[in-house]
Design a protein around this ligand. Structure first.
Ligand code: FAD
Length: 458
């Protein structure tokens, strides 16, 4: 009997899983393997909120495999060394895994291929597992990737997606392959109080519910901060507990303007992935430098602390930053305006904000986070790189009744309606109970002038 190893990374599911299906092709046994990769932890990427979600994912994956006669093998250490060790223990002749885009993932693939081939084993890397359309599948005539979303989306929409694969009926794992205990959600310290539940079962349930009742109103309610009317599928897409290919097929079948707008948003995810695959350095270096001399370090220390803690004196910014601390998640509109506030109004290095997001976001993702931060900072793919979002105008537009602010900023609960977005205008601050809420840390006009001047200079 031949044996294959399937290395699970950002694809923690059994449905629509090309590496697993390929490994099970023919009379084969399979070792489903997950490695707690030391390299990921050393890079500071093992944030508590994601570890908690990951624990749910691994338990659910193991349960699904057990229902099919198998189990998950979990190891810790250097991912290449561990895969080679397991492949040798199981006498496997091949390893299957999903393609991924970051510099780290690309290096991992190269190292793994070399190490396996040195031992006479083959590595099979599968596309369209962590994306709907593979990076590089569509390119403009003159470049290896698209730098502008609209033409990318046009071509992306015309791609024929592969068919969705069902979950395997049975998985036979060879005996005698040792595994560590599965992690438990309770073990990581520093987890935010309200991190969503992970795992394929939860992800599939959310997708079905979303396509059944949420998506129809997406066009109208996508930016409604208080309504919280987006799919919240981002952690599931990040960990691969929901397949992007299956998601797009099912959303298209659901049909209607809401589903169309939703699919377009999912294409943004593929867009950023194809940028990062072609320009892995964009995770940390400006994609299109504007020669900014960002504020950072001690000079900006108080501003950065106020932003992180949700004490800037701008209610919608503070509400969003507190939601991030509490849930490890934030609405897209809130991410846009908090990032604009840090990078443009406070003129703080976008990498400082991106790092804070990555420390907390349960969907924290190198491609989506870093390239969205660059988009907002005007060093990325935004075709209007110098636009600055005004947090008061944004608050009034996307939280017209102020309910989102009052949900997250208890000091402002005594202020009714949209007045909550300008607490400095409330006539009797002591009566409204506003004494505990900070004054704005910056004058918006002064912040705007500093940014414009910096960009004009650059
Ligand atoms: P929905 O509105 O339901 O959208 C469905 C899916 O489309 C999302 O789950 C996501 O996978 C994708 N998507 C939606 N908007 C975007 C976008 N602007 N760019 C790329 N993909 C998108 N998303 C992450 O998954 N991880 C991150 O680390 C991340 N960091 C961000 C940082 C900043 C500064 C900004 C502005 C955006 C960031 N996003 C990130 C994108 C977006 O905010 C989230 O994907 C979205 O808010 C997740 O909520 P949802 O699943 O309810 O989205």
């Amino acid at each position: 009997m031949y044996v294959s190893v399937v290395l699970f990374t950002a694809d923690l599911r059994l449905h629509d899983h090309p590496p697993l299906r390929a490994a099970l092709d023919g009379p084969r046994q399979v070792v489903p393997l997950f490695v707690h990769d030391r390299g990921v932890a050393d890079a500071g990427f093992a944030a508590p909120n994601r570890l908690a979600f990951l624990a749910d994912c691994l338990r659910d994956l193991d349960a699904g495999l057990r229902e099919r006669g198998g189990r998950l093998v979990v190891r810790s250490g250097d991912v290449v060394a561990e895969v080679c060790k397991v492949a040798a223990e199981a006498d496997a002749d091949e390893v299957h895994m999903a393609a991924d885009v970051s510099a780290y993932a690309q290096l991992r693939e190269r190292r793994l291929r070399r190490a396996l081939e040195a031992g006479g084993r083959r590595l099979h890397v599968h596309e369209s597992v962590t994306t709907a359309v593979a990076p590089g599948a569509v390119t403009p005539a003159s470049s290896d990737h698209f730098a502008v979303f609209t033409p990318y989306f046009r071509q992306w929409s015309g791609q024929r997606l592969r068919d969705v694969l069902g979950a395997p009926r049975s998985v036979r794992v060879p005996p005698g392959i040792g595994s560590e205990d599965l992690p438990s959600r309770a073990s990581p310290a520093g987890v935010s109080p309200a991190v969503a539940a992970g795992g394929e079962t939860a992800g599939r349930r959310r997708l079905t519910a979303w396509l059944g009742s949420g998506v129809a109103a997406y066009v109208d309610r996508q930016d409604d901060l208080a309504g919280d009317a987006t799919s919240r599928l981002s952690p599931h897409l990040h960990f691969g507990t929901v397949s992007p290919v299956e998601l797009v097929h099912r959303a298209r079948r659901a049909g209607g303007p809401g589903a169309e707008a939703f699919v377009r948003q999912v294409a943004w995810r593929d867009f950023h992935r194809q940028v990062l695959a072609a320009r892995p350095a964009a995770a940390t270096a400006d994609y299109r430098t504007k020669r900014d001399r960002w504020r950072s370090g001690r000079a900006a220390g108080d501003d950065i602390a106020a932003w992180r803690e949700g004490r800037t004196g701008y209610p919608v910014v503070d509400a969003a930053m507190r939601q991030l601390l509490h849930e490890g998640w934030m609405h897209n509109r809130a991410r846009l305006l908090t990032a604009s506030f840090l990078a443009k109004t406070l003129y703080v290095d976008w990498r400082i904000g991106a790092r804070h997001f990555l420390e907390l976001l349960v969907d924290g993702d190198v491609a989506n986070n870093q390239l969205n931060w660059q988009w907002v900072a005007g060093t990325g793919t935004d075709t209007r790189p110098n636009r600055v979002l005004n947090p008061v105008t944004q608050g009034k537009r996307h939280d017209p009744d102020g309910a989102y602010v009052r949900r997250w900023v208890p000091e402002l609960r005594g202020v009714a309606g949209a007045a909550v977005h300008e607490p400095w205008k409330v006539p009797d601050r002591s009566r409204a109970g506003l004494e505990d809420y900070p004054d704005p840390i910056i004058d918006l006009a002064a912040g705007l002038a500093r940014f414009k001047q910096a960009r004009d200079r650059g």
